[in-house]
Design a protein around this ligand. Structure first.
Ligand code: FNR
Length: 193
């Protein structure tokens, strides 16, 4: 069947521009013939990691739900804000909880990182910081990343990017990522025969 890609925006607020970027990426994935499962961190409510809470009550439902959605996907796209030049605590907390669940959902999974920021430089520093825990967990983080600057003014009415050059660059990045995932997934299937 078609590739399944979990696309999630890593912010909580309803008007999140990363949620908008995630839904645009999901649309591009669908247009490329793959299945997109769109989510945001709002779908995965979980407390701050606490070893005592884990010992007493196990993994919180929100983290288990995220783990399950990841296990159902061939690849991930994360659209994350940059907070103080790094990973938002919400996202790092979710990664920490999910890393406590077996099998390791981040391991060997391909991930494309994108970011939306109202600044002029975009959220690229946050994405570089996000690579550290993901690569530690064995995620195959796609070398190319996409950072949308001036994110409050960059979307057209229909949800695409107002600048055709930026829209084209995003489309090409998503398509190249899907090609890699597809080639790798097919290769794994052949090996398993
Ligand atoms: C920010 N923001 C921000 N932006 C940026 O480009 N570089 C940064 O280092 C930071 N730091 C930062 C810290 C904190 C605590 C907050 C709350 C915000 C601004 C951030 O990009 C902006 O709030 C975005 O709108 C967040 O993404 P969403 O919510 O639109 O998806």
């Amino acid at each position: 069947g078609p590739l399944r890609v979990l696309v999630f925006g890593a912010a909580l607020r309803a008007g999140s521009t990363n949620a908008r970027l995630a839904s645009l990426v999901a649309r591009l994935i669908t247009e490329a013939g793959a299945d997109a499962d769109l989510a945001t961190m709002r779908d995965f409510d979980m407390p701050l990691y606490d070893g005592d809470a884990e010992e007493a009550g196990g993994i919180p439902a929100g983290a288990l739900a995220l783990h399950e959605r990841m296990e159902g996907a061939d690849a991930l796209v994360i659209s994350s804000p940059e907070y103080n030049a790094s990973v938002p605590g919400i996202l790092k907390n979710a990664i920490d909880w999910v890393s406590r669940v077996q099998p390791q959902a981040f391991k060997t999974k391909h991930a494309l990182l994108v970011s939306a920021s109202p600044s002029l430089v975009g959220g690229n520093r946050g994405l570089w910081a996000l690579r550290v825990p993901l690569e530690h967990l064995g995620t195959r983080v796609y070398p190319d990343m996409f950072s949308l600057a001036r994110s409050y003014d960059s979307f057209a009415e229909d949800g695409s990017l107002a600048d055709p050059g930026h829209q084209q660059r995003l489309t090409e990045t998503v398509e190249a990522f899907l090609k890699l995932v597809e080639a790798d997934t097919r290769y794994v299937c052949l090996q398993r025969r």
